[in-house]
Design a protein around this ligand. Structure first.
Ligand SMILES: [Mg+2]
Length: 126
């Protein structure tokens, strides 16, 4: 796999892998369960590395990248088996968020240390 593999190419690679190595896709509901399991594995690392929880002494070093990749793999499986074109869906989703939230976050004082959105570099008011 190249470092700059695109989403569509990855969707095709996962589809080929499932058919050649995995035999077939697990059912959609099984993959939903696996997606939640993998999200839990990501959450476990995040709560211990960035949150207040700690690892047990005997635990191996966490690999957040590997767990995010597990999560993305099963997400792509679900997209493939339900006919979702992820590059198209991602582009539409980002366009939706951009239109909907154009000023929303700039108007959220909780996102600024001093509580003054107008003083932030790159703010729409600049
Ligand atoms: Mg995992």
């Amino acid at each position: 796999m190249k470092d700059d593999t695109g989403i569509r190419e990855y969707q095709n690679m996962v589809d080929l892998w499932v058919k050649e190595v995995g035999v077939r896709y697990f059912s959609e509901l099984t993959n939903l369960g696996i997606l939640l399991e993998e999200a839990g594995e990501v959450a476990r690392i995040m709560t211990r590395v960035y949150g207040d929880q700690s690892f047990k002494r005997e635990e191996p070093a966490p690999d957040l990248g590997d767990e995010l990749a597990d999560l993305m793999f099963v997400l792509v499986c679900i997209a493939n088996q339900t006919g979702v074109d992820l590059p198209e869906a991602l582009a539409k989703n980002l366009a939706k968020k951009s239109a909907r939230d154009k000023t929303r976050h700039w108007n959220n004082p909780k996102l600024f240390a001093g509580g003054d959105p107008g003083s932030a570099p790159g703010s729409p008011e600049d």
